[in-house]
Design a protein around this ligand. Structure first.
Ligand code: GLN
Length: 567
């Protein structure tokens, strides 16, 4: 029987003067007296040397291991940039904007957490500098600091701690893993690292541990693993008062024993807590890799959590999922992903992952070629693919290429899945070439078109702000019985995540349906169309929502599963 020991609880207590939104209406006397008591243990993950080392995967993997041990766990991502959220950021430089159930436009790491843990993560788990400062400034303007000089320490750091502790308390977590974005040494992450440092002091080493992710590059042919970048990075961390408990060292081949010992010696970390994070076929193998190096025992010892649980049934389930994700080389499906943000694979990370989940389910390996929609002039390049997928996108550039691809898939009976922009432009292509509405377009691309088959959401007409102002998050959708969509989702109500400003113009629906395109799902009391399909086609489906955000390893999202099976 799994048993949880609560013997050595951490009782972190912290005053939360700002704790911004949550404390509104209370005066300073009250808020100073407000302490957050939690029994949660915290694991703080920091990054060194350079970005892109896989802090998100390390964070998710540690969380997964704890979840497999029957612990109640969640993750938080700190993004020290000044954007309020990721919504206004270019996916080509920053990666996908991940949309949460509650409508947050978040860093793509939140998607990693959701996929590893198979649980929804609320938007409050993505903390940015802008959110923290907004709360503090708001509290100051409301006079909540009662004449105090408002400073980064303690006011900003208290706000950061308050937000982390509030999550731990509200969700009654056993463990909260907090990943601090950026690289140690960055100016903008300093207040966050200072807040995490303080939490360690306040809770003691049994309440907080630090994991630092670094790199051991191999420069020569004999593959000597260099330790200096790790040494310097840990020095930088110690300079600001943080001594890591574990090092997760990225390397191409497993860390040599000698390297492990050398790193341990020069970083004050026990060599057994220097963990090799070498390249693997799939990110889902990382939890096993860390487990095999004894991270769980070591962590539980540090936390004074004795009586580790035996959760072999959880492991069996997880192992089956990770095995299935691995390639099924004997059966391949080739997908052309025609989109605008193809120079960075991370721009569509959830779509890529959802295709892999669906492939694993269909026992096929899915090979994805990203095709820049700007370069689609002659569609014959698409003839070699088993399926064409058009993901989300914004703006004019590359739209005509997408419209051509949607046309080509329809004419050549190639399975097509259009997501959001891919749904809207499939309707545009149908309007132009089947309904002969010469200049049919979305008003996002042409304000002058005489046939705006896709038009601005009426409630967006007055909206001028860009940030957080799209139709966001999970909404109910009603699927019409007897349609392709009902074959996929079943007739009735489903809930899916959205991120859009434009929609199908209902004035054209009669014409579309006469021409053979069916709108098979709707939302908001029939106000907006959510799914389009061509029943006579092998598989031609567009969805206004974003199914990719609901796909998890072992639990492929239904429309992705149907699309891959149809190829
Ligand atoms: N640009 C389109 C809209 O705002 C599609 C958005 C998307 O693909 N996420 O409606």
């Amino acid at each position: 029987m799994p048993q949880k020991t609560r013997k050595h609880r951490t009782n972190v207590q912290i005053a939360c003067p700002g704790s911004g939104a949550r404390q509104t209406g209370q005066n300073i006397q009250k808020t100073v007296a407000c302490y957050i008591n939690v029994q949660t243990k915290f694991i703080f993950v920091t990054g060194g040397v350079m970005s892109g080392l896989g802090k998100g995967v390390t964070t998710s993997s540690i969380a997964k291991l704890l979840q497999l041990a029957d612990q109640k766990v969640s993750c938080v991502k700190i993004d020290p940039y000044l954007n309020y959220d990721a919504g206004t950021m270019n996916p080509v430089t920053h990666g996908e904007v991940f949309v949460t159930e509650d409508g947050g436009e978040c860093d793509m790491d939140i998607g990693n957490y959701e996929r590893f843990l198979n649980q929804n993560i609320p938007k409050s788990h993505n903390i940015t500098t802008a959110q923290v400062y907004s709360s503090v400034i708001d509290a100051e303007r409301k006079g909540k600091y009662l004449g105090a000089c408002v400073q980064i320490i303690p006011h900003v750091t208290d706000e950061i701690k308050g937000r982390i502790l509030q999550i731990a308390k509200d969700e009654d977590l056993d463990f909260l893993i907090v990943e601090c974005g950026g690289t140690v040494g960055d100016i903008e992450s300093l207040p966050f690292l200072e807040a995490l440092r303080q939490m360690r002091v306040e809770s003691g080493p049994q309440g907080v541990i630090f994991v630092h992710v670094t790199l051991a590059p191999s420069l020569d042919v004999v593959g000597e693993q260099k330790t200096k970048p790790t040494q310097h990075s840990v020095q930088e961390l110690r300079r600001i008062g943080i001594q890591p408990d574990f090092l997760a060292v990225r390397c191409t081949a497993p860390l040599h024993e000698k390297t492990r010992e050398k790193i341990g010696m020069f970083t004050n970390v026990s060599a057994t807590d220097v963990l090799s994070c070498h390249d693997t076929g799939s990110i889902f193998e990382v939890p096993q890799m860390l487990y095999d190096q004894g991270i769980m025992d070591a962590m539980f010892t540090k936390f004074h959590k004795v009586g580790m649980v035996n959760a072999s049934a959880n492991w069996d389930r997880w192992n089956r999922i990770t095995r299935d994700i691995s390639n099924h080389e004997d059966k391949k499906t080739r997908i052309a992903m025609v989109g605008k943000y193809v120079t960075l694979a991370d721009s569509y990370v959830s779509v890529n992952q959802a295709l892999r989940h669906a492939g694993a389910h269909a026992k096929r390996s899915v090979e994805i070629d990203w095709i820049d929609s700007d370069s689609v002039a002659d569609c014959s390049m698409l003839s070699k693919y088993d399926g064409i997928l058009v993901p989300g996108g914004f703006g004019t550039r590359g739209a005509e290429g997408i419209i051509k691809a949607a046309d080509y898939a329809r004419q050549k009976n190639i399975p097509y899945l259009g997501i959001c922009f891919g749904f809207q432009l499939a309707a545009v292509s149908f309007g132009r070439s089947v309904l002969n509405l010469g200049d049919a377009n979305t008003s996002e691309i042409s304000k002058e078109t005489k046939n705006p088959v896709v038009d601005l959401l009426p409630e967006q007409k007055e909206v001028s702000e860009m940030g957080g102002s799209l139709r966001l998050g999970a909404n109910e959708i009603i699927i019409r019985d007897g349609t392709v969509a009902s074959g996929i989702y079943g007739a009735g109500t489903i809930k899916k995540r959205h991120r859009h400003r434009y929609e199908i113009n209902k004035e054209y629906i009669g014409e579309f349906e006469k021409g053979g395109m069916v709108f098979s799902a709707e939302s908001d009391g029939g106000k907006r169309m959510e799914v389009l399909e061509i029943p006579s086609h092998k598989f031609y489906l567009g969805v206004q929502f974003h199914p990719e955000f609901n796909s998890r390893p072992g639990f492929p999202e239904e429309v992705f599963a149907a699309f891959v099976s149809a190829t």
